[in-house]
Design a binder for this molecule. Structure first.
Ligand code: PMP
Length: 360
């Protein structure tokens, strides 16, 4: 096979090689249909099987209880920033946003367009280096919104807050299905697929059914969650190829041993890089506080600014892709999503050690 890059892109990001090869093998003649999965009708039995299997496998692997819907939407996680307040924020209520980075800020901004949104807890004053230990819930809160993993700052909730009877809503775009999660703690979970689950174009929403019953009515059809729930996410033409790929990634997750094993793999991968940072005597330093560190996005700096430029340049020349930090914060970031192999993380750790030895 061809040479694969050491892909540390933040999203879209690495997909499992096995999945890409399978998609390639069945591209022009999917299951004897004489056409690719992209050319099938979304109403055909062949596609419906792909669609329903993906939903069923997601339910099984992520242990989604029966009183939750699993929906496939479009518009990315960004459209969820809009749909959540549209569907769930009512007159006289507040929407409570915990601000832990740029993506929570963006979600908060959209909610303010629809009603009263508040942000009593923010870690901005600490340069978004940490995750708060708790949240403040008010009686008027329609929901509490968190970003489970902060893609840009490299922080991650390790324990989810208890919001009592107030639904907890989580943007899990950058850590969905990287580990087992107790779904019952949440009213709604959403994620763009393009980091851990597949290509861009599909957004996964997991929502408790009773919330849909009590949601706002009188919404544009396509922005109403109920439309998708009532039609098995087949109200209109779904992103069929993305759903097929997501389904194949789920089969790959199962073959890895499920989410408990995937979590172990992710811990081992991240440890290779964090240990290199921590054992560098300050040559490298991490952005996030240790107890808030993400297993998905490892953000770090080279202490010497000139050397940092050299590091990024030489890393690029050595075949490492995607190590530049987000354009809003600079520095370095290695995204180590599910499909990034341990070999790539080992190669990066080795490269970092060698770079330090050469430049100290
Ligand atoms: N939330 C988080 C945590 C993200 O990382 C991203 C994308 N990087 C988004 C939301 C926006 O997602 P999309 O581009 O799918 O709208």
């Amino acid at each position: 096979t061809t040479t694969r890059a050491y892909n540390f892109n933040a999203g879209p990001s690495a997909l499992p090689l096995e999945v890409l090869e399978k998609a390639q093998a069945e591209l022009v003649n999917f299951q004897g249909t004489g056409m690719s999965v992209m050319e099938l009708s979304h109403r055909s039995a062949t596609f419906e099987e792909v669609h329903n299997t993906a939903i069923a496998n997601l339910r099984k692997l992520f242990a989604v209880p029966d009183n939750y819907e699993v929906l496939f939407l479009q518009g990315g996680a960004s459209l969820q920033f809009t749909m959540i307040p549209m569907n769930f924020l009512k007159e006289g209520q507040t929407a409570n946003y915990v601000l832990t980075g740029s993506w929570s800020e963006k979600a908060f901004k959209e909610a303010k367009l629809f009603g009263e949104a508040v942000a009593p807890i923010s870690t901005k004053d600490n340069k978004y280096k940490n995750i708060p230990t708790d949240v403040e819930v008010a009686a008027t809160d329609a929901y509490v919104h968190i970003t489970s993993n902060n893609t840009i700052y490299g922080t991650q909730w390790k324990q989810f807050p208890n919001t009592g009877n107030t639904p907890l809503i989580a943007d899990m775009s950058s850590d969905i299905m990287s580990k087992p999660v107790d779904i019952e703690k949440f009213g709604l979970i959403y994620a763009g697929a393009q980091k851990n689950l597949g290509p861009s174009g599909v957004t996964v929403v997991i929502v408790r059914k009773d919330l849909l019953e009590n949601a706002n009515g009188n919404l544009p059809t396509i922005l109403n969650y109920k439309t998708f729930a009532d039609n098995n996410s087949l109200y209109n033409t779904p992103p069929t190829f993305g759903i097929y790929m997501l389904g194949e990634v789920l089969k790959w997750i199962e073959a890895q041993g499920g989410l408990a094993q995937v979590e172990k793999n992710n811990e081992a991968k991240a440890a290779l890089i964090y240990d290199t940072i921590d054992n560098s005597n300050g040559f490298y330093y991490g952005h996030a506080e240790k107890d808030s560190r993400s297993l998905m996005n490892i953000t770090f700096r080279v202490a010497d600014e000139e050397l940092e430029k050299k590091f990024l340049q030489e890393a690029k020349e050595a075949g490492f892709v995607g190590l530049n930090g987000h354009r809003s914060v600079g520095g370095c970031r290695a995204s180590t999503y599910n499909a990034v192999p341990v070999e790539a993380c080992q190669a990066l750790a080795d490269f970092m050690k060698q770079f330090q030895a050469n430049n100290q």
